[in-house]
Design a protein around this ligand. Structure first.
Ligand SMILES: *[C@@H]1O[C@H](CO)[C@@H](O)[C@H](O)[C@H]1NC(C)=O
Length: 311
């Protein structure tokens, strides 16, 4: 009787083991940890690329000094940005932001993207060659300093990227977006401001050979050498990494704006420098990629084993 039971249960356990091994990789996840080092509140927005389901959160509030972790599937792709100067309209109840607004009328962006200008962090996780591709882009303009730092990743050119500089104050007047008090709250890209094919890399300028940097794109590139400054800025602006988690820090360096007038390259120093690493390492919020399905699967296996022993 016991032997007959065992003979019947063993294939069942084999099937279970097979299930565990074949499903484990699909539950592997990456974690994005948002850190707000700005002196003001930031409302991150998250949008998945077409064909990728939206993550569990697509928008939330992050007060000054706060951080929040968002797990996404290992193959996730999409973009993230920070909304600023947000409030709920007392009359309509609609949530609205002065910069980076996604137009959803609510805290969650729920499939809506940032209305330019906005600093964007773009990700394709587990893309070509199993590598994550990521960048920070100013192609749609700039609204706040943002830094992306891979954690515990390897391979590729797995380093910090972003734009630590404050570009709202030094923004060229014709690109400047002003708030209620007349002060600069964001900086348009020349494409958004003028719609010229030369700036947008469209029409006759729709190839890397015909679309070249302009004085406007060079304003962004000079301040933020690692960020995209126009559409074909790939070579110096795309980074790769395998099996990493990422921290996304708004206003990585509060003193950056004071240094942008300096004689050496303040932004590169900020991206590599120790003040930022100190910030990153003190944020215990990040964790390594986890096979979150394995503990559950092991529990199921253990239960099956006990069931088998009882017979
Ligand atoms: C990083 O590596 C990718 C893939 O090899 C390459 O296309 C890109 O130019 C590199 N980025 C930088 C900033 O060197």
């Amino acid at each position: 009787m016991v032997q007959a039971m065992a003979a019947r249960t063993q294939p069942f356990i084999l099937v279970l083991i097979h299930l565990v091994l074949s499903t484990a990789p699909s539950v592997e996840s990456a974690t994005f940890t948002f850190i707000n080092k700005c002196s003001y509140a930031v409302w991150p927005g998250i949008l998945s690329n077409a064909g990728t389901p939206q993550p569990s959160m697509t928008g939330f509030a992050l007060q000054s000094g706060e951080s929040n972790a968002l797990p996404v599937p290992a193959t996730w792709s999409g973009r993230m940005w920070g909304r600023t100067l947000c409030s709920q309209d007392p009359a309509t109840g609609k949530f609205k932001c002065l910069t980076g607004d996604c137009g959803s009328g609510t805290l969650e962006c729920s499939g809506a993207g940032a209305i330019p200008p906005a600093t964007l962090a773009e990700f394709t996780l587990d893309g070509a060659g199993g590598l994550d591709f990521y960048d920070v882009s100013l192609v749609d303009g700039y609204n706040l300093p943002m830094l992306v730092v891979p954690q515990n990743g390897h391979g590729g050119n797995c380093t910090a990227t972003g734009c630590a500089a404050d570009l709202n104050n030094p923004c060229p007047a014709e690109l400047m977006v002003s708030g209620d008090g007349g002060h600069s709250v964001a900086c348009n890209s020349a494409c958004n401001a003028f719609g010229d094919p030369r700036y947008c890399c469209s029409g006759a300028y729709g190839t890397p050979d015909t679309c070249k940097p302009t004085t406007y794109s060079e304003f962004f590139k000079k301040a933020c050498p690692r960020a995209y400054s126009y559409a074909y800025d790939d070579g110096t602006s795309t980074f790769t990494c395998a099996s990493a988690d990422y921290t996304i820090t708004f206003c990585p360096s509060l003193s950056t704006s004071l240094k942008t007038e300096g004689d050496q390259d303040p932004v590169a120093a900020d991206v590599d420098g120790s003040p930022i690493s100190a910030v990153i390492h003190s944020s215990a919020a990040h964790r390594t990629r986890s096979l979150s399905g394995v503990p559950t699967a092991l529990a199921v296996l253990a239960a099956a084993w006990q069931l088998w022993r009882l017979h």
